[in-house]
Design a protein around this ligand. Sequence first.
Ligand code: ADP
Length: 476
Amino acid sequence: MAGKKKVQNFFRSLRMRLVLLFLVIGIVPGAVLRVGILHSYETKAVSNRSIDILNQAKILMNQIVFNGYLVDTSSEIINSQLEQLSNIYDGRVMVIDDNFRIIKDTYGLDEGKTIVSEEVIRSFQGEEISKYDSENGYIELSLPLTEIESKEILGVLLVSVSTDSILLNRDYLQNSALILELSCAMAIALIAIFLAKRLTVPFHRMARGIVDIQNGYKSELDENVYAETEEISVRFNQLFGRMKLLDESREEFVSNVSHELKTPLTSMKVLADSLNGMENVPIELYQEFMNDIGNEIDRETKIINDLLSLVKMDRSAGDLNISSVNINELMDLILKRLRPIAERQNIELVLESFRPVSAEVDEVKLTLAITNLVENAIKYNRPDGWVHVSLNADHQYFYIKVEDSGMGIPEESLEHIYERFYRVDKSHSREIGGTGLGLAITRNAILMHRGAIKVFSTEGEGTTFNVRIPLNYIAS
Ligand code: ADP
C-alpha cells in the first residue's frame, strides 16, 4: 500500500514533471528536424534528377526528330544514345510513334506493341509530363517529339528511371540521424534527471525544515534559493510566528484568568478562617465579614460573566439580537457610564453628534465594542488629557470616531492590536486591568455587523479609531 502511494507520488512529483518537460523540449525538435530535413532532401534530389533527365532527353529528342528516327530506327548513334540514357539513370526509355506504337524500348520487351496511357495521350496534345511515384520509387517523364518548324507532334518519348539510389541515401541519412537522436535522447534524459533532482532540492529542504521546526530543532524557515521558496518561507514564518504568539498569549491569558479568579477566593478564605478562629464574635463583626464575603462573591461573578461574554463574542458562534437603536442615545449612555473613570484622571471626555442616527444593531454587542474603544482611550491616556468621540452618518453607514491624546501605539504593534490577548506593554496593561481581549471583542462585534474598523496612531501624540457600520443590518 505504502509502495503504491510512493509510486503515485513519484509520478505526481515536480521532479518527474521536470524530467518529462526536459525530455519533450530536448527530443521533439530533433525529431521534427529529422523528418523535415529528410523530406526536403528527397524532394530536392528527385527534382534535380528530373531536371537532369529532362535536359538530356531534350537533346536526344531534337536528334530523334531531326534524323527521322520515328520512320527509321536503325540510326546507331541514336540507339546508342538511348541506351546510354537508360544506363546512366538506371531506367527505361521508349519511343512511341504517332500510331501509339512502341518503336523503341531500351528493355527490348514491348517493341511493336501499342501504348495508350493517359500520359502518352496528353503528351500527344503537347504536354510535357513529369511524375514522381514515391511508393514504387521511380520518376516518369512523358515528352512530345515535336517537328521544329511545323510544330507537329510526331511521337512521344517515355523515360522512366528508378529513384532507388535517392531512397537509399535517404534511408542511410535517416538511420544516422536516428542513432544520433537516440544518443542525444539518452544524454538529455541523464541531464534531465540530474537537473530535475537539483532543481527540486530546495523544496525537499523546505519540507525537512518544517519537520525540524515541528520537532523544535529550528525556529524559522529560510529557504531563499528561489523567489518562490523565499516567499513561502516568509509566509510560513509569519504564520508560525502568529501561531506561537497566539499560543503564548493563550497560556498567559489562562494564567491571568486563574489569578483573577483566585484572588476573591483567597480573600473569602481569609475572612472565613479569621471568623472561625475567633471566640465570642460579636454579631456586628459577623455581619461586616459576611458583607465583605458577599462583595468578593459579586467580584467573582463579574469576572466569570465577563469571561462568558468573551466566549460568546465569537464571530461565527454569536447570534446577533438586531433591533432598531437610537445610536445618539446609546453613545450618550456609554459616555455617561465612563465619565467617572475619565474624571478620576482628569481627562476631558467630549461627545459630538453631527446628526440623529438610528440603526439596526445588536445593542449589547455594539455597546461593548464602543465601550472598549472609549475605555482604552481613557486608560492609555495621560493625566489631564482628552478623549473626543464623534458620531456621524450618511445614507448607508454611520461612523464613530474615538480620538485621544494618549501614549499612542508603536507602528509595529498596529497590525497586532486586534489579536486576542495581544498587549503592547504587558505589565502596564495588567496594572490597569487589561487582558488584551478588548479590541478583539470590539473588532468581532463590528465585523458581525458587517462594519469596519481602522486605527491611526502616532506614538506620544495619540490614537484615533474609526468605526463604520451599515445603518441597515445585512443578513448573510
Ligand atoms: P487591553 O485589555 O490590554 O486594553 P485591548 O485589546 O483593548 O486590551 O488593547 C490591546 C492593546 O492595544 C492594549 O494593551 C494597548 O497596549 C493598546 N491600545 C489599545 N487602545 C489604545 C489607545 N487608545 N491608545 C494606546 N494604546 C492602545
